[in-house]
Design a binder for this molecule. Structure first.
Ligand code: ATP
Ligand code: MG
Length: 383
């Protein structure tokens, strides 16, 4: 709960929020003014651990005053059916929940003439009884669910500019993990486009975890070395094993407990169980593949809901298009991979790539500017 309170404070720190506090199993966000609600709601939709939320008002612990306040707020609202739903956080209150429901419901019915429907009402008036006051609200909005950011520990996600890996990162973020992004690029052999996409994806995903780091790793020279000695069909697997090794190196330095990739079985010819286990086998940290059993169209739908799809489909030159043979091995043999790798100065390659990493930091909300709702917010990048 305290993690969640802290996260909400930080997620709304540029908005008109007077206070955020835990209050008997729920969290109260006191707004400076009611006009802040749309912006605050927008933020809450991205705070993992929030199951649902609503705009609530306070009322005294007196049935008449409670009903009056509710009726005043319902002026201008019309409905056919309604119900009152009461929860008591304070069991000392002399009336039971059903009694309060009947009392307040009766007053509303008398005044407005609406029909009570306990099953599928068009309007639900929720009341929460606390020791010194009551809250009432009309209807709940679903939050994103999941677990509060920071409760799941750190992981490092290999983030390409593609569709899958941002979705994989999101899945882990939703389960409370803080994700470090690691992107491999082939600049200056190729354009900077893939780096810019990785930045945009990192910025977009930072709106959930609020602070991120992106490691940009130069991979072009490494690929050039691989091409010199490794037979074409094995190259994809060897590139991936190098990415995993370098990723693990960075992950450990950042105290991450696992690596994450966007791989799914059979999505491309090289993503067979055999290859995935050879690729993952090089890591001593666990390699998590949250999309492993998903179809491409399911991943695309999730990327669209998440908003990363639009960034992922921007054309770029992926580092793996360069130097990638048309027919990668679908079942690389461990002995062949080991033989090929014995021709490479693996340790040196990993060390020098890790030493040359460029780090970028992202924050949300950005310190000065306000949320550009719904737009790719690359401005929240801390230079
Ligand atoms: P994606 O859409 O995530 O790129 P993909 O279906 O295109 O996935 P591959 O490109 O073969 O599949 O990559 C498999 C996984 O390897 C990616 O999901 C990602 O985790 C990692 N990966 C691939 N290329 C890179 C890269 N340039 N930088 C960082 N990670 C990468
Ligand atoms: Mg890719």
């Amino acid at each position: 709960m305290s993690q969640l309170v802290r996260h909400i404070r930080e997620a709304t720190r540029d908005l008109d929020v007077a206070r955020v506090r835990a209050l008997m199993g729920r969290i109260e966000i006191e707004l400076g003014s009611e006009q802040a609600m749309p912006d605050v709601s927008g933020r809450l939709r991205r705070v993992f651990g929030v199951a649902n939320f609503s705009t609530a008002h306070r009322a005294p612990l007196d049935l008449d005053q409670m009903a009056d306040a509710i009726l005043r707020d319902l002026e201008g609202v019309d409905t056919g059916t309604f119900r009152v739903s009461v929860r008591r956080a304070d069991k000392q209150f002399p009336l039971t929940s059903p009694q309060v429901e009947r009392e307040v419901g009766g007053r509303i019915k008398t005044k407005r003439g609406w029909r009570v429907d306990l099953g599928q009402p068009e309007l639900t008036v929720s009341i929460e009884i606390l020791p010194d006051q009551a809250f009432y609200s009309f209807g709940k909005e679903r939050g994103p669910g999941g677990l509060p950011t920071g409760t799941g520990g750190r992981v490092a996600c290999l983030l390409s500019g593609g569709i899958d890996s941002p979705v994989a990162a999101f899945r882990l973020m939703k389960r409370g993990c803080t994700v470090l992004f690691v992107h491999f690029h082939s600049y200056p052999l190729l354009s900077r486009a893939s780096q810019e996409k990785a930045r945009q994806l990192a910025a977009w995903l930072t709106r959930y975890q609020l602070r991120s780091k992106l490691a940009l790793v130069a991979f072009g020279e490494i690929q050039r070395r691989v091409v010199l000695t490794v037979p074409a069909p094995l190259r994809v697997v060897i590139y991936r094993r190098l990415m995993v090794r370098i990723g693990e190196r960075l992950a450990r330095a950042w105290h991450a407990r696992a690596l994450v990739t966007g791989e799914a079985i059979g999505q491309v010819a090289s993503q067979t169980i055999e290859n995935l286990s050879i690729i993952g086998g090089v890591a001593s940290l666990p390699v998590l593949r949250p999309l492993i059993g998903m179809d491409k169209d399911e991943i695309v739908a999730e990327a669209q809901r998440l908003g990363t799809y639009e960034i992922s489909i921007i054309p770029d030159q992926d580092c793996c298009q360069l130097f990638t043979p048309p027919h990668p091995a679908t079942k690389a043999r461990p002995a062949d991979v080991e033989l090929a790798e014995s021709q490479l100065p693996i340790q040196e390659v990993v060390e020098s790539a890790a030493a040359a990493v460029e780090w970028e930091e992202f924050r949300f909300p950005e310190l000065r500017h306000r949320d550009l709702a719904g737009e790719v917010d690359v401005l929240n990048r801390v230079q």
